[in-house]
Design a binder for this molecule. Structure first.
Ligand SMILES: [Zn+2]
Length: 645
């Protein structure tokens, strides 16, 4: 028998496990939602129940539904229902209503960026409902498609994934209908008193939903959409959705959903966002929201960071600087105890997880590109996107695709960077020049200083030769903890540098790192020195700040300056307050940089600044054999300290 394929290549038919047809009424003032959901199950998908937000009352038509248990997940009350259907029955309807009100809370973890979040909220300031709130019945499906019709109060409008459909297009007001028939991981429902702005980009609608009438702000985002989206189309292939919308949220976020991004009011107004985070969120429609993350590690953040943030920098000649900063974050925040492998990364929750899940993954793709060459790398990306669009993909799938486009066995690079924890620390131990009859012989001793087995690395080395401005670049293959190399040059080598453009993922050496606050935040040993002579309110505020920041470090000591003869010689030392008796130490350290801090003034390179009402944070690396980093944090305003805490 000979079978012809039912589908033409390229006309792939997607079939999701579940189809929802939802009619929703929102009453934001009362926190209420009312839904009629007609559910159709795909052939072969036969769930025996579903989960729904526990605050909702359910009535079923065409199915037997029984509430069997209640639990909590991430702060959301969940009710589990058993579902009884007739043999062969694929469609039934659920009517449910109730309140979903989880106020936005700060999920601060230690020092560093604050993150606010809610699993779901129907409120006067706006509506945010994602899959995590279980606002629609979840049947254990891998994917779903939906049509969503929403009634909101006058003046409100609604955003979801997919395409806007009449009657909104005709009437300009509700009900609002969104439809997405390509497989999705979940359904988002966002509503608010939006002003809507639009522009057409071929078949794609570019939209901006703002909470005020700000055409200038909207223009910045629509311009950026029209500018970046076609760049990514050219690089990777068709945009997978019908629209892209920038939506202003009612708390601070930088979320990327399929076909829209939810930006907080402050974030949205930062002047650089349309050129940095915004293209990153657009690109997530290919990686993460186009190809979904499957089992194992989340590769989508690092790949998006590489092809948006890094690529846009690289186009302006700043790729090496971007990679150096990425490696610096890893060196500062990821101590051995906080490190983990790429296939364990799910999402960021602090600086350390971001330095691995974003920065190390970004460097992994950079190294993969250098190994394959640009043409093969881009061919691989395009094929990966084409073959896995609206499907789940894991690192193993990425490897399969890149092996097939390159014809290479890539097991070593995936094993070493995806499965293995840590980073090599590559040191140029010694360099010597001998004059021989063949020319100048450069002898190098290179060490891998990490506390684990040797990495296999192809590391670029730049050698500056007498009489030429540009360095000559050669590649060294490293595979042992100690290695010697001999290279011959026709002219005298003047200087040599390993990996000068930060092309290899590695732990930067202390000399490659400027002292910074990040290093202090990442330290495992932290000492806070409280000034005894300060006013009581100031002292109390510093004490509170020290206790609050202590949560992010392993070993913490909070001491009064009077009880301390000398500053600790390792870890991070926070000198708090102008009155601190150990202020002179930081003056000694900073004098080389031309900075002096005194009772009433700060001098920077000979210029005096009056210090009244000034908040100062200075970081200095201790000298000599000491490994500590010392930070002065001083202010005259006790209230400013509480803000930091
Ligand atoms: Zn991202």
């Amino acid at each position: 028998m000979f079978l012809f394929s039912a589908c033409l290549p390229g006309a792939f038919v997607y079939a999701a496990d579940v189809s929802h047809s939802l009619r929703v009424t929102l009453v934001p003032g009362e926190g209420k939602i009312q839904v009629e959901d007609t559910i159709t199950l795909a052939d072969g998908f036969s769930p025996d129940g579903f989960d729904l937000h526990g605050g909702l009352e359910v009535n079923a038509t065409g199915a037997r539904v029984q509430r069997t248990s209640s639990t909590q997940r991430n702060g959301v009350p969940l009710a589990h229902y058993r579902l009884g259907l007739e043999a062969g029955q694929r469609t039934f309807t659920l009517n449910y209503s109730g309140r979903i009100v989880h106020p936005v809370v700060n999920l601060a973890r230690g020092a560093g960026p604050q993150q606010a979040s809610t699993p779901g909220l129907v409120g006067r300031e706006g509506v945010y409902l994602g899959p995590g709130s279980f606002w629609y019945p979840r049947l254990g499906e891998d994917d779903l498609d939906f049509q969503l019709e929403v009634v909101v109060p006058p003046g409100w409008s609604v955003v979801s994934q997919g395409k806007r459909i009449a009657p909104e297009l005709v009437t300009g007001s509700g009900p609002f209908v969104w439809s997405e028939m390509r497989p999705q991981g979940g359904i988002y429902l966002v509503a608010g008193r939006f002003h809507r702005y639009r522009r057409q980009l071929g078949d794609i609608e570019a939209l901006a939903y703002l909470r005020g009438d700000e055409p200038e702000l909207a223009r910045r985002y629509l311009d950026a959409t029209v500018r970046y989206l076609p760049l990514f189309v050219e690089l990777l292939g068709d945009y997978p959705y019908d629209k892209f919308a920038m939506v202003e949220n009612f708390w601070e976020t930088g979320y990327g959903m399929p076909s829209f991004t939810l930006l907080g009011p402050t974030v949205a107004r930062l002047p650089f966002i349309p050129f940095t985070s915004f293209p990153h969120e657009i690109l997530h429609n290919w990686w993460g929201n186009g190809v979904f993350v499957g089992n194992g590690g989340n590769w989508s953040e690092g790949l998006t960071a590489y092809l948006a943030d890094h690529w846009l920098k690289e186009r302006r000649g700043a790729g090496a600087e971007h990679r150096r900063a990425a490696l610096q974050k890893y060196a500062e925040f990821v101590s051995a105890k906080r490190d983990f492998s790429l296939d364990e990364f799910k999402g960021r929750h602090d600086e350390a997880s971001q330095a691995v899940g974003y920065n190390k993954v970004m460097m992994f793709f950079h190294m993969l590109r250098l190994r394959l060459g640009d043409e093969t790398f881009i061919k691989g990306l395009r094929r990966f996107y084409r073959e896995y669009r609206f499907r789940h993909a894991a690192y193993a799938d990425i490897r399969t695709v890149f092996e097939s486009v390159s014809g290479l066995d890539l097991e070593d690079i995936f094993e070493q960077w995806v499965r293995r924890v840590g980073a090599p620390a590559v040191q140029l131990k010694d360099a010597d020049i001998k004059t021989t009859s063949a020319g100048f012989q450069l002898q190098l001793d290179i060490r891998q200083a990490q506390q684990s087995a040797a990495y296999r690395l192809r590391i670029p080395m730049a050698v500056w030769l007498q009489g030429s401005e540009r360095p000559e670049v050669r590649y060294l293959d490293l595979n042992a903890l100690q290695q010697s190399f001999e290279l011959v040059y026709a002219r005298r080598p003047l200087a040599v540098q390993l990996d000068p453009w930060f092309d290899v993922f590695r732990r930067l050496l202390p000399g490659e790192l400027p002292p910074s606050l990040g290093q202090a935040f990442g330290a495992e040993q932290v000492t806070f020195v409280i000034p005894e002579k300060a006013r009581r309110a100031t002292r109390a505020a510093f004490q509170q700040l020290a206790e609050r920041w202590s949560m992010s470090a392993e070993k913490v000591r909070i001491v009064s300056d009077a009880d301390l003869d000398a500053l600790p010689q390792s870890g991070a030392v926070w000198l708090l307050g102008w009155e601190n008796q150990h202020l002179s130490t930081i003056n000694t350290l900073l004098s080389a940089q031309g900075v002096r801090v005194a009772a009433k003034i700060i001098e920077v390179k000979g210029e005096s600044l009056a210090r009244t009402d000034r908040h100062v944070v200075l970081a200095a690396q201790a000298m000599g054999g000491q490994k500590s980093i010392i930070i002065l944090l001083a202010t005259d305003d006790a209230q400013a300290i509480s803000v930091l805490a």
